[in-house]
Ligand binder design. Structure first.
Ligand SMILES: [Zn+2]
Length: 392
């Protein structure tokens, strides 16, 4: 077995991991702000239109009538007019009204997120924890102040440059980029308009500080590695300096579902949050312990309480993870079964099976896992968990 570069001994790799963990935490922390703005727009439009007692849309106008706006029903027309008014939307040009679900707008504030998403982007399954998605929405939401948009643009550019690094720089972040990233993260979180919505602001800032300093004075981690079943090299949380979790919610074991993700920071698709996964597999064949076997993850809406998530670090759209990483994941699963953490008849799926619209685990890796023993070609049906909404 050819050994890939010893990534975990590389401080720039640790920078990368810590920056990604930080960005995913920022994504979580900003959700309440974005929701708050959308909720404001939604309740104002609802109030403005209330006197009209609009009938419910019966035509699914945006889908059936597309851009023939003149034929849209009075409800959809009125909502569209309010949503694109200057008080609500910056730069309405290019909005793909025909790609939306206009009949759902009146029902819930989350349904109008699609209206503000960056033009040209997929309006289905808008992920309000994905930073690039969210910052695109902020640009068009007139109620997000321009100064906030400007702060977010800087962070977004940094994030994109890390995501689109050249092959040699993949999964590496140098110290100055790391410093700059954390600086911009702090800027966005402490932005005057944003901060009141960040739950546990001080704890989040503390976490950022420890992530920023985590990869300094790096020593050899090998002593922290644990050999699972004699094969899987597990790097425990202290080994990669993850913060202790704040809240612990236990998974009911044995778990019957395994979900495979990849970490690709595809702009429009995947939210990277290894800390939210149960395990992360590096290109070096090591397994990084996220929430491990017994704790509920935060990887896949609707699935966190019933599935173990395994995330491969890297973008596996066009290539496969190294053999050692693939073997490590499979050994990890076997070990889970042998320890009674996974049901012997567990089903395995890709992230995209569980949440339509996601590209994770990447085309190439997805094709491969479909050949694995426990892959279940019948699309899973799980009762979604209620969506938790943070009130500011
Ligand atoms: Zn309609």
């Amino acid at each position: 077995m050819a050994l890939p570069p010893e990534l975990s001994h590389d401080s720039e790799f640790l920078n990368y991991v810590n920056v990604q963990v930080a960005l995913s935490k920022v994504g979580e922390s900003l959700e309440a702000y974005t929701e708050g703005k959308l909720r404001d727009v939604h309740s104002d439009v609802t109030r403005v239109l209330a006197p009209k007692s609009l009938p419910q849309c019966k035509n699914n106008c945006s889908e059936q009538l597309r851009k023939q706006f003149k034929s849209w029903c009075i409800a959809c027309t009125s909502w569209k007019k309010e949503l694109e008014s200057p008080g609500n939307m910056r730069t309405p040009a290019g909005t793909q009204w025909d790609k939306m679900e206009s009949w759902l707008w009146p029902k819930d504030f989350r349904n109008i997120a699609q209206v503000f998403i960056q033009t040209g982007w997929n309006t289905a399954n808008v992920d309000l924890q994905d930073l690039t998605t969210v910052f695109g929405i902020w640009r068009r939401l007139a109620r997000v102040p321009q100064t906030t948009v400007t702060d977010s643009d800087v962070l977004r550019d940094i994030r994109n440059s890390i995501a689109h690094a050249t092959a040699q720089r993949v999964m590496r972040v140098d110290d100055s980029t790391k410093t700059q990233t954390f600086q911009e993260i702090r800027n966005v979180l402490s932005n005057r308009d944003v901060k009141p919505f960040v739950a546990d602001f001080n704890a989040v800032m503390g976490m950022m500080a420890s992530l920023e300093n985590a990869s300094k004075n790096d020593e050899d981690d090998d002593t922290n590695d644990e050999l699972l079943g004699g094969v899987v090299r597990l790097v425990n949380r202290s080994g990669w300096r993850a913060r202790p979790p704040k809240e612990i919610e236990l998974l009911g074991t044995p778990v019957e579902v395994v979900l495979i993700h990849h970490s690709a920071v595809g702009e429009n698709s995947t939210r990277w949050s290894d800390i939210a996964y149960n395990f992360v597999v590096g290109e070096d064949g090591r397994v990084y312990q996220g929430r491990s076997w017994d704790r509920v993850g935060a990887h896949t809406l609707g699935w966190n309480k019933v599935a173990i998530s395994i995330c491969f670090l890297g973008d596996y759209t066009d290539k496969l993870p190294p053999d050692c990483a693939l073997e490590a994941a499979q050994e990890l699963i076997k070990y889970g079964v042998s320890e009674g953490k996974l049901a012997p008849n567990y089903n395995l799926y890709g992230h995209c099976d569980a949440r339509a619209g996601f590209e994770s685990p990447g085309r190439a890796l997805y094709a491969l896992i479909k050949t694995w023993d426990h892959y279940d070609s019948v699309r899973p049906i799980v009762k979604p968990e209620p969506v938790h909404v943070n009130q500011p």
